[in-house]
Structures are given as structure tokens and as C-alpha cells.
Design a protein around this ligand. Structure first.
Ligand code: SF4
Length: 405
């Protein structure tokens, strides 16, 4: 029977429960490796003014303390670029070694050349790297003008690529749907193709100079556009033999539940398809609030395990205790642990079968009594009032408990 089913469906990947990462090179950002051979990296960006050295350094420390692994700062001027050197020194004094990334925007070549001395990665936006004919309507480009601007981009960009190569640092080619260059808009329209070609133009220049420490992003605030752009980018790079890692994110996702859901709706499907090597959830909130969202996305896809995975039934007429209250108590007692799956299920009718191979189970047995499980094995019954304590004891017995800090 199983063989018949397998013959019918073949080994179709629709039935594959593993995520297969798109193979990429490894790009080092400081001491953090990014690429398909490594865990997906969580990053964010401070919103303090880079010129306020103390405040910016404190913002970076808060992000690192929250679990952020790479931090970006904005550098709109040479003064900002120089300030990053002071921020770096202050961080070193405080014992923080986190890799730093500088965001460089409009006509930013001089800024990029300066800030590269202080950071591990520079992010450029192809749409803003050179202002090509600002103010001109996008139906004004001739082939000669298109090529002339391409040549200006190449000659302006090359010194940065050479310096990146000399210093063995990384570059993010960070395309933004909202700031595509005029000539890309003219040629490809406001489309994923235009975004991809914007990045490819810069990738080809790097390739010609044998520079490969490249990470690419294709951000958009509209999730379907972002999804299409990343998929097309991954496909185009693979087809042309460029195996660079991808940085995923939805820009201007907003705040609160919707901001989190919108970011997840963009990032998670790509990760599930194996696309993406580092992520940022952009929220209009304190940057450190982005980090738990990143980890939740990664944990829920099984890509990183940084906390306890709770499996809980939705409760129904069979539920033998206040499930919401008990789950809350179990979470309070165990959320500092890592790497465990704990199930809280309302009844023994369906609970044990549906615990999804959890390491431990807390299951309603009869009114006022719960059963504890280790894996699929029922360990014993205890009164509900002692359930959480007994669960902790069981985890301790197995040597998997650590005291909260
Ligand atoms: Fe209902 Fe039991 Fe299923 Fe929970 S495990 S939803 S209590 S049948």
C-alpha cells in the first residue's frame, strides 16, 4: 500500500517535510558567517542618530542584549561615517563585538569609502547610489543615456569594490522597490524584474573585479512584490551562477500585530522554500522588539531553536482544565529553557496522539487529575494543583532543567 502511494506521488517535494536551503557561498560579516551552511542570522538597525555616539552605542547594546547578531547604522554624511568609528571604539570598551553595517544612500561613494574603515559591511541602494537624471520623466532615456549612466555607475562603484576586497569586508546590494533608479523604471517598470536587474548590474561589476562577499536584498512594503522579487532574484542568480546569500525583509511593515504578521507573511514563505540566509523584521517600534519576532519565525519553521516550543490544543468540550491558564503557568515556569518541546493538551482522548512528538506532555486525565508524559510514554498521574511542579521535577530528573537566571 505504502509502495503504491509512493509510486503514485513519486518523491515529490510537496511531501518533503524538510526545508532545503538554497545553496549559497558563505559571506563573513565580521565574525558572523552568512549563507546556506550556517544558521539564519538575525539582524536589525538602530534608530538613534549616529552622531550621538553614546546614545547610538547604547541602542546597539540593547539590540545585542536582545539577541541581535548584526547591527546596522545609518550614515547620511561623512560626519556620520566618522562617528561610526567612535561608536565602534565605545562598543569595544563595553565588551560588545557585534558586526556593524553602514547604510549608505544618495551619491554615497565618499561616505562608503570612509565608513568602510569602521564597519564590517556596507549596504548600498542601487537606486540611489548615483542619481541618474533626477526629475526627468522615465520615458526620456535613450540607449546612449542608459549606457552612459551604467558606465558612470561602474567607474564610481569600482573603487569601493576594490577597497571592500582589500579589507575582505562584505557588501549588501540592497534594492528597495520604492527607490528604483529612473532608468530601471523606464526599462522594466515598477516591477520585480526592475528590482532584480538593479541588483544584477552591481553584481556583474563586482564579479568582473572578482569580488564575491555579496549579500542581496529585494525589499518592498507590499508583500506580494517582495515575494516575487526575492524568488526571481534567487532564480536569476542561480541561473547565472551567482550563489550569493539573501537578506530578507518587508520594509515599512508598521507596528503591532499587523506589522508582525505582515513581516511573517513575507519572510516565512521564502524561508520555507529555502530562500534567505539572514532576516530583519522592520517594525515601527523599538528595534529590540523586532528580535523576538525574528526568532519566532525561525523557530516555528524549525530553522533555529532558541526557546521552548509549546504545543497546545485549542481546547473543546472535552477539555478537563482551564487550558489558557495552565499553558500560561507552564510557560512562566519553563520559557527560560531552550531546545525542548512541551505539550499541554486538554484530554487523553486526542491529546497524547496529537502532541506532535513533544519531549514532555501535560494532559488532562480525569477532572482534577493530569497525566505527565515523557515523549509518548505516560509517566504518572498527579492532581492538577501539583501538575506544573511535577512537570518541572520530571524535566529535572532527565537532566534537562536549568535554573532561570
Ligand atoms: Fe479537545 Fe482533547 Fe483535542 Fe484538546 S486534545 S482539543 S481537549 S479533543
Amino acid at each position: 500500500m505504502l509502495q503504491n502511494i509512493q509510486e503514485k506521488v513519486g518523491t515529490n517535494s510537496r511531501f518533503d517535510t524538510q526545508i532545503h536551503r538554497r545553496p549559497t557561498r558563505t559571506v563573513m560579516v565580521g565574525n558572523v558567517p552568512i549563507g546556506s551552511e550556517h544558521p539564519i542570522v538575525v539582524q536589525s538597525m538602530i534608530n538613534e542618530d549616529t552622531l550621538d555616539i553614546e546614545k547610538a552605542a547604547r541602542g546597539i547594546c540593547r539590540l545585542v542584549d536582545a539577541g541581535c547578531e548584526i547591527v546596522r547604522v545609518t550614515t547620511p554624511s561623512i560626519a556620520h561615517a566618522k562617528a561610526v568609528g567612535e561608536i565602534r571604539s565605545l562598543l569595544t570598551q563595553k565588551g560588545y563585538q557585534v558586526p556593524l553595517v553602514a547604510d549608505v544612500h544618495h551619491n554615497g561613494i565618499k561616505i562608503a569609502m570612509e565608513v568602510l574603515n569602521h564597519v564590517d559591511k556596507v549596504r548600498i541602494n542601487p537606486g540611489l547610489f548615483i542619481f541618474d537624471k533626477p526629475g526627468v520623466k522615465p520615458n526620456d532615456f535613450t540607449t546612449e543615456e542608459y549606457e552612459y549612466i551604467g558606465e558612470r555607475i561602474r567607474t564610481t562603484f569600482e573603487p569601493l569594490v576594490k577597497k571592500l576586497k582589500e579589507q575582505n569586508k562584505a557588501l549588501r546590494i540592497g534594492v528597495n522597490h520604492g527607490s528604483l533608479a529612473e532608468r530601471m523604471l523606464f526599462t522594466y517598470g515598477d516591477t520585480p524584474q526592475g528590482m532584480v536587474e538593479s541588483a544584477m548590474e552591481f553584481i556583474r561589476i563586482c564579479h568582473a573585479l572578482d569580488f564575491h562577499n555579496i549579500i542581496v536584498s529585494m525589499k518592498a512594503s507590499r508583500t506580494p512584490i517582495m515575494l516575487a522579487a526575492y524568488r526571481l532574484m534567487a532564480h536569476t542568480m542561480d541561473k547565472e551562477g551567482y550563489h550569493y546569500p539573501l537578506h530578507l525583509g518587508v520594509t515599512e511593515a508598521g507596528d503591532g500585530d499587523y506589522g508582525r504578521i505582515k513581516s511573517t507573511a513575507g519572510i516565512a514563505p521564502l524561508l520555507a522554500d529555502g530562500i534567505g540566509d539572514t532576516i530583519r523584521v522592520s517594525l515601527t517600534e523599538a528595534p529590540e522588539k523586532e528580535i523576538p519576532v525574528c526568532y519566532s519565525i525561525l523557530q516555528s519553521l524549525g530553522l533555529r531553536k532558541t526557546m521552548v516550543e509549546y504545543v497546545a490544543c485549542p481546547s473543546c468540550g472535552r477539555t478537563l482544565f482551564n487550558l489558557e491558564e495552565v499553558l500560561h503557568k507552564v510557560r512562566l515556569a519553563t520559557s527560560h529553557l531552550t531546545g525542548l518541546d512541551i505539550a499541554v493538551m486538554g484530554c487523553i482522548v486526542n491529546g497524547p496522539g496529537e502532541m506532535a512528538d513533544a519531549d514532555y506532555g501535560y494532559v488532562g486525565k480525569t477532572p482534577g487529575i493530569i497525566s505527565l508524559y515523557r515523549g509518548r510514554e505516560e509517566i504518572g498521574k498527579v492532581p492538577e494543583s501539583e501538575g506544573v511542579t511535577a512537570l518541572i521535577e520530571l524535566i529535572k530528573e532527565d537532566g534537562r532543567w536549568v535554573d532561570p537566571v
